[in-house]
Design a protein around this ligand. Structure first.
Ligand code: F0G
Length: 481
């Protein structure tokens, strides 16, 4: 819930009590320098013991509710026919309106199955924007991903309320250019992750569906951040102010042929599923489920997580749950902007994204400004963010670097985990870093994996800038911070 203070500021207000906590520790600057050096300047290589606030991702790191934890205690571990699965299937039918459900171990398991069943070499897949694992799976199946967003989507300083929209004219041209036979489906990603958590409007979804339907092309919906997209529709789209999140979700689903999500995000568990009302699609995917994920009634998930997901799917329709991350992102972004730090606007749904191109204009894309910024943030604060820029793009088949559209350091907001005082700390340290940004230089690879290189790649700082930054920090804050 957003509470308006007497000074006019809107404060994210928790409408829950914290009853279980995990200790965290701010390790001194020298230890942080050692940890980032050993991790090859890649925040994925850091260990929890060295991290103060973990804002790498909201995936699998959200706080669960008491009702979710309680549900885990009554799970049914049957390999086949687990009652936990039927509870999940019922929740999905009630909330999303789909009859057929295929559980998977996490979102990318769904992407793998969809790629396996629907995508053939030479296909093209239009979408509002890619996600890393989505692109990897569709490309491994021999297809090309086509991102057909409006120009505004890449303007990080925009005020456009729906930067996740597909450009309708470009979609029509794409279908004309490639032909229906080469397009297995159109994919819409809710609260478009790599654009900075930006939603699409229902109006846009409706138009995309209409065009897809005219050409008999199915519409696939990645709902990993569905409740946030519904939250933004309620806030920003005319005519939806008085609708509930549940009603908005139901309306969105009425346009969807095949749905999947990573439950690690908005249902606060570890798992995922595919859902549809199309029996033929269901029957096509079903035989492959036990091959790659697990039997139909668990799909690689623990039955405890299935129980918690059944509760989480219902809880995500609560306005306070749907908005819990977005409200913090809004506050975070406003505080950054007050301090002169440029972040993606409008504030999105899963994280506050610092624009590394504006923060580090002196670092060229070939030296990975977003990766350098993520490492620098860790050095000065112990806060772990994630590079979402060129390191997150793999090279093309000829080995050429593919520059990312955006260079962002992503500070994710796991739902119901961090507090305003912790956000204030992050804003303070990054604002300090902004004043000393000249100390930050680029990175270069010393070990580069062939696929999804951002996970395991190792880099080094050009001119050993990390150490120099550490020295300046120590002079200001002392060796203990
Ligand atoms: N689709 C979207 C939109 C995602 O954000 C993710 C994961 C996936 C698919 C894959 O799901 O991780 O359960 O296999 N996003 C995480 C992130 C990893 O950090 O943003 P998964």
């Amino acid at each position: 819930m957003l509470i308006k203070l007497s000074n006019g500021r809107e404060l994210p207000m928790e409408v829950h009590k914290v009853r279980i906590v995990q200790k965290t520790r701010l390790v001194p600057i020298e230890e942080r320098l050692k940890a980032i050096q050993e991790g090859g300047y890649n925040t994925f290589a850091l260990r929890t013991k060295d991290i103060f606030l973990d804002m790498l991702t909201d995936s699998g790191t959200n706080a669960m509710s008491d009702n979710q934890l309680a549900a885990m205690m009554v799970s049914d571990d049957a390999y086949a026919g687990s009652e936990s699965f039927y509870k999940l299937a019922q929740a999905i039918e009630d909330v999303l309106g789909f009859k057929y459900v295929l559980p998977v171990h996490q979102g990318r398991g769904a992407e793998h199955l969809i790629a396996k069943v629907f995508v053939k070499p030479g296909d093209v897949i239009p979408m509002n924007y890619h996600f890393t694992t989505t692109k990897a799976h569709f490309e491994l199946a021999g297809a090309q991903v086509l991102e057909i967003y409006a120009d505004e989507a890449l303007n990080t300083q925009s005020k456009h309320p729906f930067k996740g929209n597909i450009d309708i004219e470009k979609l029509k041209e794409t279908i004309k250019k490639y032909g229906v036979d080469k397009i297995p489906f159109v994919r819409m990603e809710a609260t478009t992750n790599l654009l900075g958590g930006q939603p699409f409007s229902i109006e846009n979804l409706k138009q995309v569906k209409q065009i897809a339907l005219e050409h008999k092309i199915p519409l696939v919906y990645d709902g990993s951040l569905i409740s946030e997209n519904a939250y933004f529709v309620k806030l920003r789209e005319k005519g939806y102010e008085n609708k509930t999140i549940e009603e908005i979700i139901k309306e969105m689903m009425s346009f969807v042929d095949l749905f999947y999500l990573s439950g690690r995000k908005c249902s606060c568990v570890r798992g995922g599923f595919i859902a549809t009302n199309n029996k033929e699609f269901y029957e096509k995917i079903k035989p492959w489920l036990p091959v790659y994920e697990g039997f139909l009634t668990y799909g690689g998930m623990s039955t405890k997580e299935i129980e918690a997901m059944a509760v989480g799917i219902r809880e995500m329709t609560d306005l306070n749950v749907a908005g819990s991350a977005a409200e913090f992102v809004k506050y975070f972004a406003e505080r950054f902007i007050e301090n002169g730090v440029s972040v993606v606007t409008p504030p999105g749904g899963l994280a506050c994204h610092v624009d590394a191109t504006i923060f580090l204009p002196h670092v060229p894309q070939s030296q990975y400004p977003a990766g350098a910024l993520a490492a620098a943030i860790y050095i000065v604060s112990g806060v772990r963010s994630m590079e979402r820029g060129t390191i997150s793009m793999d090279r093309d088949p000829d080995g050429n670097e593919v520059f990312s559209d955006l260079e962002l350091a992503r500070l994710a907001i796991p739902r119901r985990v961090y507090t305003v005082s912790q956000i204030e700390y992050v804003v303070d340290r990054i604002s300090w870093l902004f004043k000393h940004r000249d100390l930050i230089k680029g990175l270069r690879f010393i070990e580069e994996p062939p696929v999804l290189r951002f996970f395991f790649g190792k880099l080094e700082p050009i001119d050993d800038w990390g150490r120099k930054l550490g020295e300046v920090f120590k002079k200001e804050f002392g060796a203990n911070f």
